[in-house]
Design a protein around this ligand. Structure first.
Ligand SMILES: Cc1cc2nc3c(=O)[nH]c(=O)nc-3n(C[C@H](O)[C@H](O)[C@H](O)COP(=O)(O)OP(=O)(O)OC[C@H]3O[C@@H](n4cnc5c(N)ncnc54)[C@H](O)[C@@H]3O)c2cc1C
Length: 415
């Protein structure tokens, strides 16, 4: 069977590796627009500030598996479902029996930035752009980051210091508006300000001024702010151009079942490219989800009866240059909230719960028990111990309160 994977980000690469591992006799072709694949996209901020050498960005190289056919630096232009083939931008035609679409997302660039036509503006997504930005930064230290979501906040945290001046602009009135409550975001804001990052909340870039073909200033709230480097991190949209004539898109989205199958049973989808339909629609676009979905899509692509994805959660852990953050899930409207905070430190933990079950929350400054809380949330387990205890760091009582958490601990010990 010929399996073809479009997109060599983490979802596509995990899928290709899973097929190779489970069915070495099958032919696997991986096609990606980028020249190199197998790198940690979430580590690009540390690569740009030069604290992470390029070779440490990579977890896999094409030479690691000579049996996998990797076509890199090539774009798939279109999919011909009736002839089961792909047309590439180098005029090559690739046939498939099973196809996985894992084309990820492309950064959203506001028109005012796109039409500036000058150097020094970098959408944050690919290694090529990150390399260009890394080389540009030392001579252009006045940095503006547009977008206070996950990517923008990480960029700001990791670019602070190094003799850079950093301004972070977010149109909502607090940072990480899709992931955190205003109170939780406040702790992140205080941390970033302690690193001399200037925050402009409830604002956006209205105009861009260039001089000598390089960005010089941005207009924010009727004021010109000096800017020699502008990073754009306002989010991404699925990169689905290749499917525009395939009749696979609904409302411009690639909708898949919870088994990651499209309406064409020979074609699957995974990662930031897809919208999952299970009662409601879900777009859990994160690195951990892309890993899990890539592996599951590969298994389902080989199986006669596909199985469903276990969890659609967007759990995420990171270190924001000295401050740890674990996002269990966005604030849930209508749910109750339990908080724990140490006013004298940056520790703040909040859990959203409904009917005795955790449905979201965030741990800041102390992420202990994050694994247990996530498992409890994922399995829909009820908690029996005092809620105050559950929100506190390093609980003793918590571990005895939940069967699913006990299972999680046992698994953790065994692995
Ligand atoms: C700077 C940064 C920091 C991040 N930090 C975090 C974090 O801390 N935690 C977290 O959970 N997530 C983070 N993310 C998001 C995370 O990286 C993504 O959710 C994840 O990479 C999605 O994987 P994917 O394989 O679905 O898509 P992608 O990684 O976008 O890969 C898709 C690949 O498909 C290729 N492609 C697209 N179209 C075509 C085509 N027509 N033909 C051939 N190839 C094509 C693209 O070139 C790309 O290489 C971060 C993202 C960025 C940019």
């Amino acid at each position: 069977m010929d399996c073809v994977v479009v997109g060599g980000g983490v979802a596509g690469l995990q899928a290709a590796l899973t097929i190779r591992q489970r069915s070495p006799e099958k032919s696997v072709t991986l096609v990606d627009t980028e020249k190199e694949i197998g790198y940690y996209r979430p580590l690009l901020p540390q690569f740009m500030n030069q604290t992470l050498p390029e070779k440490k960005l990579f977890f896999w190289r094409a030479k690691d598996d000579s049996q996998m056919k990797v076509l890199s630096g090539v774009r798939v232009d279109s999919v011909d479902r009736s002839n089961r083939c792909l047309y590439l931008d180098n005029r090559q035609i690739v046939h498939y029996q099973r196809l996985l679409i894992a084309t990820g997302g492309k950064p959203v660039v506001p028109a005012v930035c796109e039409q500036a036509y000058c150097s020094g503006i970098y959408p944050v997504r690919s290694l090529a752009q990150a390399r260009a930005a890394r080389d540009w930064l030392p001579d252009h230290p006045e940095i503006v980051i547009l977008g206070g979501g996950l990517v923008g906040v990480k960029m700001a945290a990791h670019l602070s210091g190094f003799n850079f001046s950093v301004t972070l602009i977010e149109k909502e009135d607090h940072l990480l508006p899709q992931a955190l409550s205003a109170e939780a975001a406040q702790r992140i804001q205080v941390h970033l300000e302690s690193k001399n990052i200037r925050l402009l909340l409830g604002s956006t870039v209205e105009d861009v001024e260039a001089s000598g073909n390089a960005v010089q200033a941005v207009l924010v709230d009727d004021r010109w702010i000096p800017c020699q480097t502008l990073f754009i991190a306002i989010g991404s949209t699925p990169d689905l151009n290749l499917l525009k004539d395939s009749n696979l898109l609904q409302d411009g989205q690639l909708k898949v079942t919870s088994a990651l199958q499209t309406q064409d049973t020979h074609i699957f989808g995974a990662g930031d490219a897809v919208t999952i339909v299970r009662n409601d629609t879900f777009t859990p676009w994160t690195w951990p989800q892309a890993v899990v979905q890539g592996q599951l899509a590969a298994r389902n692509l080989l199986a006669s009866s596909p199985v469903s994805l276990n969890s659609l959660s967007r759990v995420n852990c990171m270190n924001l240059n000295g401050l740890s953050l674990a996002i269990l899930g966005s604030p849930v409207p209508g749910a109750q909230r339990k908080r724990f905070s140490r006013p004298d430190s940056s520790v703040y933990r909040e859990l959203f719960h409904r009917d005795g079950k955790i449905v979201g929350g965030a741990l800041i400054g102390d992420i202990s028990n994050g694994g247990c809380l996530h498992t409890l949330m994922n399995t829909g387990g009820s908690f029996k111990s005092d809620l105050d205890d559950i929100a506190k760091p390093k609980l003793q009582s918590f571990s005895t309160s939940s069967t699913s958490c006990k299972k999680f601990r046992r698994r953790a010990r065994l692995s």
